[in-house]
Design a protein around this ligand. Structure first.
Ligand SMILES: C[S@@+](CC[C@H](N)C(=O)[O-])C[C@H]1O[C@@H](n2cnc3c(N)ncnc32)[C@H](O)[C@@H]1O
Length: 236
């Protein structure tokens, strides 16, 4: 029998269809996860805090031409659209762009949307003043993550800002990391999370920046929920 996930390939990366079809590609999943209560519960009630921690950096200076690197459920996209006249939103899944467009229209806001793979984007080099990545990286297999980081640095202008909201590093100190059953359940749903949490993200970003002849300085890192989550700001 043909595996169910294969029907969601449809131009999407294999890992996305295989591991995340139920969350990002199947219409029922998209409907289900579009509810604030669901997304907030997945983030252990921290959605607002994470969003505020990210947005506070964007209130300090004009955002200019801004890229939201992939869609995210919740209020992020309308909030970003309210901060700039030129928000670009890209995602590899058309259903995600559609739902994001509906959400923006509902709030009387807009963004320039394009279907692209974060691992290889069609935007010109150094074309964005601000790049925002919200809980994407931990969902990517290591090689895809490396390519997506490289692309984010390629399109970021020298002098621009990169903002990342993500899970914190796992040093097995947080109470949630020590509940074995919960840990196993999360690792099953998020097969690349553990790998991501062992990586040195700032070092990876620095090497991607160097590859594109750019420099990148870590400017701020806020640990949230006892370090289970983090919001990071880098200046190019
Ligand atoms: C931003 S991440 C996770 C967001 C978070 N779980 C939430 O919704 O709050 C999920 C998005 O990344 C997209 N995505 C995953 N891999 C991608 C890739 N290689 N290129 C572009 N979009 C990708 C998925 O289609 C999905 O819309």
């Amino acid at each position: 029998m043909r595996a169910l996930w294969r029907r969601y390939l449809n131009g999407n990366p294999e890992y996305l269809a295989h591991y995340y079809w139920w969350a990002y590609l199947a219409p029922f999943g998209v409907w289900f996860f579009s509810h604030h209560l669901v997304i907030n519960s997945i983030l252990f009630g921290q959605y607002r805090r994470i969003l505020d921690a990210l947005l506070r950096h964007l209130h300090t200076a004009p955002c200019g031409r801004m890229l939201q690197l992939t869609c995210a459920y919740g209020k992020l996209t309308p909030a970003l659209a309210g901060l700039t006249d030129e928000l670009h939103l890209t995602d590899v899944a058309s259903i995600q762009l559609k739902i994001a467009g509906n959400g923006l229209a509902h709030q009387h806001r807009s963004a320039l949307m394009a279907r692209m793979n974060a691992e290889s984007m069609a935007y010109a080099a150094s074309s964005f003043d601000t790049v925002v990545i919200f809980f994407l990286l931990h969902e990517l297999p290591p090689a895809a993550r490396q390519r997506a980081l490289s692309e984010a640095l390629r399109v970021l202008k020298p002098g621009g800002r990169l903002l990342i909201a993500e899970y914190g590093i796992d040093r097995n100190r947080h109470p949630l990391h020590r509940i074995t059953l919960l840990r196993r359940a999360i690792e099953r749903l998020e097969p690349f999370l553990h790998d991501f949490q062992q990586d040195d993200l700032p070092a990876q970003l620095q090497s991607c920046a160097l590859k594109h002849g750019k420099s990148l300085q870590p400017a701020d890192e806020q640990a949230l929920f006892g370090g289970y989550y983090r919001v990071m700001l880098f200046n190019a």
